[in-house]
Structures are given as structure tokens and as C-alpha cells.
Design a protein around this ligand. Structure first.
Ligand SMILES: Cc1cc2nc3c(=O)[nH]c(=O)nc-3n(C[C@H](O)[C@H](O)[C@H](O)COP(=O)(O)O)c2cc1C
Length: 335
């Protein structure tokens, strides 16, 4: 089935309105607990995403663990968007039906995961060199999709030019948004983003495009939005993990007087929620330490901060280390 449409959203992006800012998904970090606690403490984010779901049993109810990880449809008024990593139309549709039944309004398809064990199987960014495969899946999925269907991809897997062959495919379907991480899959998360390739592709898209990649500061945001004045939607990942105040700062929203106290409150709530979510298993400690690999950059001396945290072998050690950080280390953001 082919869809014909004219979508002028990109060309008519309002210049004077606030940008939309989406908090990117992170497997193992932006969990249910993280999303809930983040949304209670910080302003400025317009959409939250779940880390990707995979291995969905077609036409079976979702198992309890997946149901739990999907809670809730929104956090403090911010919509939560579930994400699926799949190369099977029936699997995508089955998950979409479950999400629709739970009250979600949008499902996001992960075509960006770069990890070789995923990409090798033509999943995630590994599907990007095969536009005919993307076409076939969209062709099967879109006529039956019970909710808005958005896509998150990269410029390509091996070459940034792959996006040019995907462009007519995405334009054929009523995909609600296309987030493009301006790197190739082969680059993983390092090396330079490629704004030129992003800009070249942008001109041809009729689907509303969301920019993603390496926005860490308000200055990065100004640079990217200066390069692409027609873009009004931005997905930010590591920048928010490192500086949870970043979306509010980008939007010029009021900042708390005592940012340090807000950050401490957020971290403490996140710690206790994570312990609860993981039933006090050691994985709660590991999850907090993983988050600190990003949050350490909120401090003037990240290496010193992380050294305090990484040796914590118990919850008591972790609490002592966090107390030490907040007693001795200066914040780079907000102070
Ligand atoms: C540890 C880790 C886990 C990630 N998990 C996901 C995921 O589940 N789904 C997804 O679409 N992207 C995932 N990403 C990619 C981020 O969402 C984001 O696209 C990427 O970090 C680039 O944006 P940034 O430069 O703003 O961080 C992950 C990235 C990292 C480093």
C-alpha cells in the first residue's frame, strides 16, 4: 500500500516558538524510575522515550516485566514514547497493539542501534543500507498501525549518504516524526557528527525531522539551530544526562536558586526508586554508577568525582561517596 501526502511541517516550522526537546532513550539508564524522577525535578522536556523493547512474542500479552518497564504513559504530564527494535512487521504490530491498549499515543521504531551484534542481523542501524527492507516493513505496518508511528535512525550504517536512498521510502508513509542521529552506525557514539550530510538530506524530507547528536550545552544548541533554522524539534541524550537542567536552560525557563540542592534531591530520589525497582539487588548500585559516568561531567573535576563513586561496593559505600561529592566537589553547571 502506498500513502500519498503533502506535509509542510518542516518548511513551516515556526521561528519564534519554543523548540520541542525530547529526552533520548538510553538502555539501562532511562528506566521507568529514571523517567519518573527526572520528570518530577526538571522542566523543559516535551517527550520521554523508553529504551528499546525487543523479542516481543507476537499476539501474546506482554510479560509482567515488560509491562512494568512500560509504566507509565506519561510522567508529570510529559508523554512517554515506547520504542521497539525489530525487523519483523508482525512483531512491531503486536507491540503497537499492546501499547495502544495501555493508552500510549505513539510508538517509535529504532533504526539507530549501532552495536555490531544487533546491526549484523540487519536490525537497528544495520537495516539502513537496505531501504527496500525498510520499505517492506513500513508497507506492512502502516495500514494497521493503531497509534502514531515515529522512527529514530542514523545517517546510515557505513556511509552517511545511505540516508538519501531512505528519504523517498520515509516520504511514502505517514511516519509522524523522523529523528536522525547525525552519525553513521559504524561511528557508534564517537567521532564527529555530520551536519552537512544531515542538512543535505533535510531538504528532501516531507516527514517532520528531529535533530539528534552532540548537543551538550546551550551554545551547541544555538549552533545547531542556527545551522538548521527550519528544525524545531531536538532530541538530546548525553547532554541531559550530564546536565539535567539543560532543556530548561535552552528554553530560557526559570532555573532553581539552589541547583545543587535540586540535583541532590533528584539523585537521592533516583537512588531510592532504583533500589525499589531492582528490589535492592546489586544491579541497583551498578545502575547508579553507570549514571554517574555521565553525571560526573556536571562537576568541575569529573575524574575526582567518579573515583569517589566507582569504588563503592555496597549501598552504604555509595551513600558515603555521594555525601563526599556533595560536601567537597564544585558543580560546573548551575553553581
Ligand atoms: C549506553 C547507551 C544506550 C542507548 N540506548 C538507546 C536505546 O535504547 N534506544 C535508542 O534509540 N538510542 C539509544 N542510545 C542512543 C541515544 O538515544 C542517542 O541517540 C545518542 O546518545 C546520541 O545523542 P546525544 O549525542 O544527544 O547523546 C543509547 C546510547 C548509549 C550511549
Amino acid at each position: 500500500m502506498r500513502f500519498c501526502r503533502v506535509n509542510l511541517t518542516y518548511f513551516c516550522a515556526p521561528m519564534n516558538l519554543q523548540p520541542a526537546i525530547y529526552f533520548a532513550p538510553f538502555q539501562g539508564i532511562t528506566t521507568k524510575a529514571f523517567r519518573a524522577v527526572y520528570a518530577r525535578y526538571f522542566a523543559g522536556v516535551d517527550k520521554l522515550f523508553t529504551p528499546y523493547f525487543a523479542n516481543i512474542a507476537v499476539d501474546y500479552p506482554l510479560p509482567a516485566l515488560k509491562m512494568k518497564a512500560l509504566q507509565h504513559q506519561s510522567e508529570n504530564g510529559i508523554p512517554v514514547i515506547p520504542q521497539i527494535l525489530s525487523k519483523s512487521a508482525p512483531e512491531i504490530l503486536s507491540f503497537a497493539r499492546s501499547c495502544a491498549a495501555l493508552g500510549f499515543g505513539e510508538l517509535n521504531w529504532n533504526l539507530g542501534c549501532p552495536y555490531p551484534q544487533v546491526a549484523r542481523k540487519k536490525r537497528g542501524s544495520g537495516m539502513l543500507p537496505f531501504p527496500e527492507m525498510v520499505d517492506e516493513i513500513l508497507d506492512q505496518v502502516m495500514p494497521h498501525m493503531p497509534l502514531s508511528f515515529s522512527v529514530k535512525c542514523r545517517l546510515g550504517y557505513t556511509k552517511a549518504s545511505e540516508i538519501m536512498d531512505l528519504l523517498p521510502v520515509f516520504n511514502r508513509y505517514p511516519v509522524s516524526e523522523l529523528t536522525i542521529h547525525a552519525r553513521t552506525g559504524k561511528q557508534l557514539y564517537s567521532g564527529k557528527t555530520d551536519p552537512d550530510a544531515f542538512g543535505a538530506a533535510l531538504e528532501g524530507f516531507q516527514v517532520p525531522v528531529v535533530y539528534n547528536g552532540d548537543i551538550f550545552t546551550t551554545e551547541d544548541f544555538r549552533n545547531i539551530s542556527g545551522l538548521f533554522p527550519g528544525i524545531s524539534r531536538f532530541m538530546i541524550g548525553r547532554g541531559i544526562l550530564q546536565d539535567p537542567f539543560l532543556p530548561a536552560r535552552i528554553k530560557g525557563l526559570p532555573q532553581p536558586g539552589d541547583g545543587r540542592a535540586v540535583l541532590r534531591g533528584f539523585l537521592d530520589d533516583l537512588y531510592f526508586e532504583t533500589r525499589r525497582e531492582k528490589k535492592d539487588s546489586p544491579s541497583a548500585l551498578n545502575a547508579m554508577k553507570e549514571y554517574w559516568t555521565y553525571l560526573m561531567f556536571a562537576f568541575e573535576e569529573p575524574v575526582v568525582v567518579f573515583r569517589r563513586l566507582k569504588k563503592a561496593g555496597s549501598f552504604d559505600d555509595y551513600e558515603d561517596a555521594t555525601n563526599e561529592v556533595f560536601a567537597h566537589d564544585s558543580l560546573k553547571i548551575q553553581d
